[in-house]
Design a protein around this ligand. Structure first.
Ligand code: NAD
Ligand code: DAU
Length: 339
């Protein structure tokens, strides 16, 4: 089995590659990644020398480059993680989100059609459903919840999902889509809530909580997401959407307080800053479909996952310090300097 994993030098894609190479040593895994600010070859270092792994630097919007790779590898399956993924950056500059997330997805699927791929899997997000009110804890996102987006990021992901379903209906492309809640774990880029708070707390820097910090996210350990995608590409029904989430809703402020506690840092580091524009209040996934059809259940409890994650950031400081000491500093000053 030849599998092309796009965006595999990023957070979830790299964890997926590690999972697949470990579980299926007989598979060939090819990572296609543009290496934007969010992707790094250092992340893939542990697998770079494996004979059944190949890295190819390319943009999913570059039809010729994608064609060339398919010509070489004749993949059976493509799993598309490649995306611009940070909501705050999409609010600052939507253009690149439309380009990569929408045009890139269409380009990739065009090449998949040409080469008669057995499965195209689109890694989507629960953010396509918009948000839920805080005072209705009985409500959850199901696969039937209407698409109702808030940010340029989520709109670009929703646009991609619509195209994926259109390629299935119009051209018969064998597709599946997964929509997962917030992931956390190793190799999470430090612009995102959990790694940002760990890095700042370790440096005794302010912990910038947007607004009151009452927004709720449904956190899932990244390995559980990877296992769910593994099940979907092998056993999921073509043309179907699968929601992935572990019923682990937490308020941002409680996450930040927990990180302070785990690291022995004072809560006085917490600084409330101007809220994100259009900030979604609550995400909450109903994972009944993937549980009933594919037997998926999350395996890592948040209490254990957050400890493992913090331990990883403590033991791998070079990985994230190389990032935050580079170009990232300009991003941080721009986003948080006058907030
Ligand atoms: P990430 O930002 O950490 O990684 C994205 C990767 O894609 C990087 O390696 C980057 O270099 C690559 N990339 C970006 N543009 C590209 C292009 N044009 N061509 C080729 N490669 C390109 O993202 P992540 O958090 O790992 O998310 C991966 C996917 O999962 C995304 O599609 C995202 O929408 C989705 N998702 C993320 C979460 C989460 O909590 N992080 C939850 C649900 C879904
Ligand atoms: O739900 C899935 C989505 O989760 C993915 O599709 C996205 O790619 C991923 O980035 C994530 O989006 P969020 O916007 O939920 O994640 P983020 O880590 O940016 O923020 C989580 C919450 O924390 C959100 O309510 C905003 C808040 N926040 C974030 C940062 C970076 C803060 O309060 N302070 C911060 O500095």
């Amino acid at each position: 089995m030849n599998i092309i994993v796009t965006g595999g030098a990023g957070f979830i894609g790299s964890n997926f590659i590690f999972h697949m190479l470990k579980k299926y040593p007989e598979y060939r895994i090819i990572c296609l990644d543009k290496l934007t600010y969010a992707g790094s070859l250092s992340t893939l270092e542990p697998v770079m020398d494996k004979p059944n792994f190949r890295f190819a630097k390319a943009d999913i919007c570059d039809r010729e480059a994608v064609n060339e790779l398919f010509e070489d590898e004749h993949p059976d399956i493509v799993v598309n993680f490649a995306a611009e993924s940070h909501v705050d950056r999409s609010i600052e500059d939507p253009g690149v989100f439309l380009q990569t997330n929408i045009i890139g997805t269409a380009t990739l699927m065009d090449v998949c059609r040409k080469y008669g791929i057995k499965r195209y899997h689109q890694v989507s997000t629960d953010e396509v459903y918009g948000d839920l009110p805080l005072d209705r804890p009985d409500l959850f996102f199901t696969e039937e919840t209407p698409i109702h987006t808030s940010s340029p990021y989520s709109s670009s992901k929703a646009g991609a999902d619509l195209l994926v379903m259109a390629y299935h209906r119009t051209y018969g492309l064998p597709v599946t889509i997964s929509r997962c809640s917030n992931n956390y774990g190793p190799y999470h880029f430090p612009e995102k809530l959990i790694p940002l708070m760990i890095a700042n707390a370790l440096a005794d820097k302010p912990l910038p909580v947007y607004g009151e910090g009452l927004n709720v996210r449904d956190w899932l350990y990244v390995e559980d997401h990877c296992k769910a995608i593994d099940l979907i590409i092998h056993k999921g029904r073509v043309g179907e959407v699968y929601n992935i989430g572990g019923h682990n809703e937490m308020r941002n402020i409680d996450i930040v307080k927990l990180i302070c506690k785990e690291l022995g840092k004072p809560e006085s580091l917490i600084t409330h800053v101007t809220d994100r524009k259009g900030h979604d209040m609550r995400y909450a996934i109903d994972p009944t479909k993937i549980h009933n059809e594919l037997g998926w259940l999350p395996e890592t409890k948040f209490a254990d996952g957050i400890k493992k994650t913090i331990k990883w950031y403590l033991e791998n400081q070079k990985w994230w310090k190389d990032i935050i000491n580079g170009e990232y500093q300009n991003y941080y000053d721009k986003m948080y300097g006058n907030r």
